[in-house]
Write a protein that binds this ligand. Structure first.
Ligand code: PMP
Length: 428
């Protein structure tokens, strides 16, 4: 087996400069099971970060479903197959009745790309609005939404995109969502006046990439009203927030009090097997069909559908949404206690199994402790706990473990975090 140093050299040589790694000392993982990962030296890590293995690394039900279907048949969707229909039936049984039709893809990026093109097909307009601290994917169209990394190339698509300040409950509270709605209304007005026209607002309903600000349930209602009144579509990107992650609902848009026109899915959908999707009303999907001929060779193939079905079954059978709520509430209690002991914790937040803390150098000025947060993440990695950071200032601990995460796992996480935060050599 290649050494870590050799892997890094060979990655750069064979994969080019566009592949980043986590950590100062990148991890070479070789095995996973449940919430645990092992590296090439046999060292065990508690995974508090990866949401793709939603029902646990190498979940036996998902592995069995993939093996069974892969050894029976795998083709594309131009042949008839029971699996894709059973899956879409089961998926749409979890959503509002208006979200009754789905297109399956291989990635969240493709799914968002379709969602934006659906908005153009339905409205006849092209103006898209998103927050200024989000990420929705990597196609030429969708990559325009990542304002922190706006492509300098991209076929001139940037002209169709407008941004509003991401919600920030810690520094700029907007408890009823009316300020956010007013900012979106302003951008819509601008798009209509300059002739671009308003097609859609796209948001992650729990604003995960933005640092999951603490927003009360129902917070998206005012902005949804603005979007509807002005004739655009509301696209909810549930790639990170969906499948029960928040512990209170299967879909975060339900928590935020809205029904989107288009729901976008990805990452956890098939536990690591590449599956994404767009769920919308039949009429919207029909309008998209008129505008575009769409075919996806791998999207919705029988093996992908078997894996995705096993994820839904596992969520139900193991009560994983309720587990997210119970363990998430416990995690918040433990974080609250840590915040009384460590001044550097400025704010704690989250719901279910997405939670974290914002690190500051000073609680009064709320100055972000971004470099310190980076040192904390690296120190945790060396103590066998994997998590990450995000948000506008990259100073929010992002804790988003596989859904079978237990209270014992949370204890190990917070005991280790306590030790790391007490290590004065890491402080500024
Ligand atoms: N939407 C959101 C909210 C995401 O976080 C991501 C990936 N980080 C995507 C879409 C893109 O998904 P994919 O990488 O599967 O294309």
């Amino acid at each position: 087996m290649r050494s870590t140093e050799q892997l890094l050299v060979d990655r750069a040589r064979l994969m080019g400069p566009n592949v980043s790694t986590f950590y100062d000392d990148p991890l070479h993982l070789v095995r996973g099971e449940g919430v645990w990962l092992w590296d090439a030296d046999g060292r065990k890590y508690l995974d508090c970060y990866n949401n793709v293995p939603h029902v646990g690394h190498c979940n036996p039900r998902v592995v069995e479903a993939i093996c069974r279907q892969a050894s029976t048949l795998n083709t594309h969707t131009r042949y008839l197959h029971e699996g894709i229909l059973s899956y879409i039936e089961r998926l749409t049984a979890t959503t509002d009745a208006s979200l009754d039709t789905a297109i399956l893809t291989c990635t969240g990026s493709e799914a968002n790309d379709i969602a934006l093109r659906m908005a153009e097909a339905v409205t006849g307009k092209r103006g898209i609005i998103a927050t200024d601290a989000t990420y929705h994917g990597n196609t030429a169209l969708v990559s325009q939404l990542g304002k922190s990394n706006i492509p300098t190339v991209g076929f001139g698509l940037g002209q169709f995109f407008r941004f509003v300040d991401a919600p920030d409950s810690y520094r700029h509270p907007d408890p009823d969502g009316t300020t956010f709605a007013a900012h979106v209304a302003q951008q819509i007005d601008g798009l209509e006046k300059d002739g671009t026209g308003f097609a859609a607002l796209v948001v992650c309903p729990y604003f995960l990439n933005e640092g999951f600000p603490d927003l009360p349930d129902g917070w998206l209602k005012p902005v949804a009203e603005v979007v509807r009144r002005t004739g655009g579509l509301l696209i909810c990107d549930e790639v990170q927030s969906g499948f029960g992650r928040t512990g209170t609902h299967m879909w975060a848009h339900e928590k935020m009090g809205v029904v989107p026109d288009v729901m976008v899915l990805g990452k956890p959908m098939a536990n690591g097997h590449p599956v994404g999707g767009v769920v919308a009303n039949h009429d919207i999907v029909a309008a998209f069909r008129t505008g575009y001929r769409y075919f996806n060779t791998f999207g919705g193939n029988p093996v992908s559908c078997a894996a995705a079905m096993a994820v839904l079954e596992e969520i139900d059978d193991k009560g994983l949404v309720a587990n997210a709520q119970t363990v998430g509430a416990y995690a918040r209690e433990r974080m609250q206690k840590l915040a009384t002991q460590h001044e550097v914790i400025g704010d704690i937040r989250g719901s279910g199994l997405i939670f974290g803390a914002e690190m500051v150098t000073d609680r009064t000025t709320k100055a972000p402790a971004s470099d310190f947060t980076d040192r904390v993440i690296n120190a945790l990695r060396h103590r066998g706990v994997i998590l990450s950071k995000l948000g506008r200032h990259k100073n929010t601990l992002k804790i988003r473990p596989p859904m079978p995460f237990s209270k014992d796992n949370a204890d190990l996480l917070f005991d280790t975090l306590d030790e790391v935060l007490a290590d004065t050599s890491l402080h500024p």
